[in-house]
Ligand binder design. Structure first.
Ligand code: NAG
Ligand code: NAG
Length: 248
């Protein structure tokens, strides 16, 4: 079994759609990506090849991006061995099943469904190159598939009704309360950033509240609140607020 130090390498060739045809991208460990045109055969090196994470956008038909990845055994090709490729992991051998399918002869991997990041934010697959007896001809290789977020979740208020109170004759800019909403999109991105606004308030003629659109904090304006003046409705003041997610 003279598999020399330069070793058999399982190359993971990943097809990226750059908009002007397919390229193969091969990432090398501890080095930056190298773009190799299709016709150039990657040169074997001592270090193992690793895979670039594949990024797929949620909520869209990805069929034209297929195959999204491909494993290729250098050794099998060099020695002209009959090889069977296999993938395992979430989306194939673990639920949700059927997200990916592969061709055992070519090593090509296809995505078959529309992805939902809020359901599965990423997939970790393992690729195998097996010989005729079903043994690993190459060291199994990992493929990470990240699902890219789109702004597909509307913000939802954490309570149906927020009740606040403020003393009468409070100074201007007194913090009355804070309203909050949440959004299931990817945290700390624009997709999940929420803006608040006051839709209406009573009395409308002289608004007594303003709101910080980023924090949801509601403050008094310089209009003096006088409970006895605002007896209709009895508690004086009410606000209707809405939350929107950016880019909605
Ligand atoms: C990475 O690859 C480039 C050539 O593509 C080479 O010039 C550079 O030295 C390599 N860096 C490391 C850290 O191996
Ligand atoms: C993967 O998709 C390509 C392109 O649509 C198709 O030619 C190929 O047959 C598909 N392979 C499998 C295993 O579904």
């Amino acid at each position: 079994m003279a598999r020399g130090a330069e070793g058999a390498l399982l190359l993971f060739l990943i097809c990226f759609d750059f908009g002007n045809g397919l390229h193969f991208e091969v990432l090398h460990s501890r080095n930056e990506s190298k773009l190799l045109p299709k016709h150039i055969h990657p040169v074997r090196q001592k270090r193992a090849w690793i895979t670039a994470p594949v990024a797929l956008r949620e909520g869209e038909d990805l069929s034209r991006k297929n195959p999204i990845a491909k494993i290729h055994s250098d050794l099998a090709e060099e020695k002209n061995l009959k090889i069977t490729y296999k993938y395992t992991g979430k989306g194939i051998t673990e639920p949700p099943f059927g997200v990916f399918v592969f061709n055992k002869d070519t090593g090509e991997l296809n995505v078959t469904t529309i992805l939902d990041r809020e359901e599965t934010p990423f997939f970790l697959l393992t690729g195998y190159a097996l010989d005729e007896r079903g043994k690993n001809l190459e060291k199994p290789i990992e493929l990470r598939i990240k699902v890219l977020d789109i702004n597909d979740n509307e913000p939802v208020f954490t309570q149906d009704v927020f009740v606040g109170s403020v003393e009468e004759l409070s100074a201007a800019n007194t913090l009355v309360m804070k309203i909050t909403a949440t959004d299931a999109d990817e945290p700390n991105t624009l997709n999940s950033k929420i803006s608040y606004r006051i839709v209406s308030q009573e009395p409308a003629s002289s608004p007594v509240f303003y709101l910080n659109k980023d924090t949801g904090e509601i403050y008094t304006t310089s209009i003096t609140l006088d409970r006895e003046d605002n007896n209709d409705p009895p508690l004086g003041i009410c606000c209707l607020v809405s939350a929107i997610s950016h880019m909605w």
